[in-house]
Structures are given as C-alpha cells and as structure tokens.
Ligand binder design. Structure first.
Ligand code: ARG
Ligand code: ZN
Length: 462
C-alpha cells in the first residue's frame, strides 16, 4: 500500500500558521433553529440572478452572480443550494473547485481570499426546482403551480432556487432577469425594469435596490393580469393578479395605497421605492408572504392580510431578524398592525381583540410557549408568536400610553431601517423612549411560560 497524504493536509503543513493561512467559512450563520442556514466568512452585497423557467417541463436554467466581501481570510466558503445541478462555479473569471454536501455548495478558491477582499462568484445551475418542507409542515421555496410557480421562501426556501447566503442576518441588493414562455409573467421584487419578447419567450427585468434578506426574494411565474401606477408619494406600484382571483382581489388591492399611507403615518416613511401585490391561485400553499416591496398571496387576500403583509415591509423586511428565535418582532408587529387597522377603520378595538384572546383558557395553544422563545424552528409561525406577540405590544401600549407607544414603533423602524434588530434592542428602546422600567412587563409577556395571570392595569384612567 502506498501512503497518500491528502492534499488538504499538505496545504496546511506547507502554509505554516493557520491564522495567516486563513480558514474555511462557517457552514451556517449560527442560528440554533436552522443551523445550516446562511454561512460564515463573507457578506453578499448583490445578487444578479438570471433565470429561465419552463412551466410545462418545470425546468429551470439559471446563472447567479454574487458580489461579496470576505469578512475573514477565507480558504473555502459555502453557499446554500438544495437540489438542482451545478455545472460550473467561477471566481472572477477563473473556474474553481466546488462540491455538494447536502444543502451546502462548497467553493474552494485557488488561493485564500484575504479579509476585506471583494469577490464575484458565478454559479451556473439547472434542474427541476421544488419546495422544501418546513419543520411546521408547510411547503417553502419554489412551489410549482398549474401555470408557473409560486415563489415564497420563509424561512429557508431561497436555497431551492438560487445559491444564497440564506439567512436574514445577511442582506443584499438584487437584480433579476427572468425568461418565461410568452403569455406568462415573471414577477420579482422592487422596480420593474421592462420586458422584451423574442422567439416566443419573454424576459422580465427587476431591480431591488434596498437591502433584502434572501427569504424575501420572489420570482413568481404564471398567467397574470398586470396593473402599474405611481402613488401620490411617488411609490411605483406593480400588481399582478391571477385572473381566477381578480374579481375577489380587486376591492382589496385598490386599498393598497391608502394602507401604505396609513402605515407610514404610524410607522414612519415606507421603506421602498416600489410596492404592489402578486395574487396567485396556488391552493396548495396555504399562506401569504411579505416578499419585499411586493407580497405574494396564494389567493385573493382579505384586507387584514393585506395590512399584515404591508406592515411587514417595516417590521421584518426593513428591520430584519438576526435570529429566527426573535420572529415575534416580525409576526407580533404585523398582527398588531391588523388590530390597529380594525380599531381605526370602524372595526373591533385593539383592547377587544386582546380581551377575546385573553379569555382563552390556560390550556389553549395560545399559551403553549412565550413569544420570545418559540423553542425551535417548528414553532416560529404558531399562534403564540402572532397573537401573544401582538398582546405584548398591546400591553406595552397600555403601560406607556399612545404617544410614547407610537414614538417607540417609529424609532424602532427608523433606527434599524434596512438593517437588523433584536428583542433585547427593542426592550431597551421601549424603556429609553418611555422613561419607564418595563422589565416586569416583558418578562411576563415575552418570556414567561403559560398564561400570564393578569393583564396590566393602566395607571391612568383611559
Ligand atoms: N410570514 C408569513 C406571514 O405573513 C408566514 C410564512 C409562513 N411560512 C411557513 N413556512 N409556514 O405570516
Ligand atoms: Zn406575518
């Protein structure tokens, strides 16, 4: 037998001190709920995605060019990509070694990338994309429909259709160039940059200038009726509606500009240059998603759902999570926006909504875990995150009064605009803006198991 010394060992031995030699980027972003989601060692500044999709064969042909910056000296790094076939990976113009390891696409540069180095990685890939099944049983990612695909990727499905640093901790701008058969429309995020048809196929161009988490990207394909206009505030609206949902969707979509205006009054300026809606007919999906600037709906939404997904543009999209554990910062806020909308538009008061939930017995699923600690990725979309998450905000509102409460919401949206926020940062901000000690309130409502034994009593008559 001949002794074969593995190449990697030779490289290490030859390189001397591993610190100056660099090290591989982590295989995940360090999120306990989804350990392999995202990657370490680099930050993606821009994704340029070129996709060609044939709804009939369900075949996708694609190229992704990622512009990134190394945050450590990198001997190797991962992208997240599940399924599909990778036919080439280039760094700059040089083809480099890659291998697949589950959902990791492992890229090895010829020489280590120095810390701070800006690089471009191009991935050619193709195949038949399909969704992943989330821990809660929902399909997530590229979900084929009878006329195209419904593309919604929270929390982990971005990797089903493009190689990504698939964690909201990393946000980037995007360009999309999507080719589909003539007669179908491909809708992505941000500004519509035009379409052209040749040889029976139409190419749609989209540009998302503000930073976006990978899970909020969409490239939904189908037969759609399209409507475009500009709001009084200069926001470019692009609505795409499956004709089967059009009659039901119309009266709700008509309210989008007024909903965005109303939310801007409460939360501060709308974060994006573009807005709109994609209303698909996708009965197998079972949810809507706040895809950035342009939510996707699996059927005609009701007004509460439109308000909810619109509120996420501030809470979740502009201010993003660093950990999925903090998901109440998305869902609790979007749910509370629904309560506020009802309260101010002739519906139930937020207090009534709160009371109806609080009346549920201690055995109800609402009290199964505290919203600040869902426990695992299986529970991030459960009732305690949405409803008890909204109850946290209602308790806060009662404790600090309306003026301070809305000051807190606006300060939150503006201090973390286009960035990230954590639960701890929110509770600190709430105390600072209100001048009150809120530790008991947050301990009870955010972090304590079981039904809190009494709701907060306002100190002032209200
Ligand atoms: N964030 C979406 C909403 O607006 C829900 C996404 C649910 N996704 C899932 N995989 N279960 O509430
Ligand atoms: Zn939501």
């Amino acid at each position: 037998m001949t002794a074969i010394v593995p190449v990697a060992v030779v490289a290490l031995l030859g390189a001397g001190d591993p610190a100056t030699a660099g090290s591989p980027g982590a295989t995940g972003a360090g999120d306990a709920y989804f350990p392999l989601a995202g990657n370490g060692g680099y930050h993606v500044t821009h994704y340029d995605l070129t996709l060609s999709y044939d709804p009939k064969s369900r075949h996708l042909d694609a190229t992704a060019v990622l512009t990134a910056r190394a945050t450590q000296r990198l001997t190797r790094f991962d992208l997240d990509l599940k399924g599909l076939k990778v036919t080439g990976v280039a760094l700059g113009h040089v083809q480099v070694a890659h291998r697949r390891d589950g959902q990791e696409l492992v890229v090895t540069p010829r020489t280590a990338l120095r810390k701070g180095h800006k690089f471009r990685v191009k991935v050619d890939y193709s195949g038949t994309p399909g969704p992943v099944t989330d821990p809660d049983g929902s399909p997530d990612g590229w979900i084929p429909t009878d006329d195209g695909a419904f593309v919604a990727a929270e929390p982990q499905g971005a990797m089903t259709w493009f190689p990504a640093n698939n964690h909201p901790a990393d946000k980037s701008s995007y360009d999309f160039t999507i080719t589909v058969p003539k007669g179908r429309t491909a809708i992505a995020n941000g500004l519509f940059r035009g379409a052209h048809t040749a040889h029976g196929r139409t190419t749609y161009c989209w540009h998302q200038p503000e930073p976006m988490a990978a899970y909020l990207a969409t490239a939904t394909v189908g037969r759609f009726q399209v409507e475009q206009y500009t709001t009084r505030d200069g926001v470019k609206i692009y609505n795409a509606v499956d004709p089967r949902e059009a009659a039901k969707a119309a009266p709700v979509l008509k309210k989008l500009p007024s909903v965005l205006e109303w939310e801007s009054q409460l939360f501060g300026p709308y974060p994006y240059r573009a807005a709109g809606s994609v209303v698909d007919h996708a009965p197998d999906v079972g949810y809507a998603l706040e895809t950035q600037s342009r939510p996707v709906y699996d059927s005609a939404p009701d007004i509460a759902t439109l308000v909810h997904e619109s509120a996420h543009q501030w809470f979740g999209d502009s201010v993003s999570l660093t950990r999925w554990k903090n998901v109440w910062l998305n869902e609790g806020f979007a749910t509370y926006a629904e309560w506020l909308y009802a309260e101010q538009h002739g519906g139930l008061s937020a207090q009534k909504a709160f009371d109806a939930l609080y009346a549920r017995p201690a055995s109800d699923d609402l009290w199964k875990f505290p919203p600040g600690d869902p426990g695992s990725g299986k529970h991030i979309f459960d009732a305690p995150v949405y409803n008890r998450g909204a109850m946290v905000l209602h308790e806060l509102r009662k404790a600090v009064g309306d003026r301070a409460f809305f000051r807190i919401l606006r300060a939150w949206a503006s201090a973390h605009r286009y960035g990230h926020g954590t639960t701890a940062q929110f509770t600190v901000l709430a105390e600072r803006k209100s001048g009150k000690n809120l530790q008991g309130l947050f301990r009870t409502w955010l972090f304590t198991k079981g039904k809190p034994n009494k709701a907060y009593r306002p100190f002032r008559s209200a």
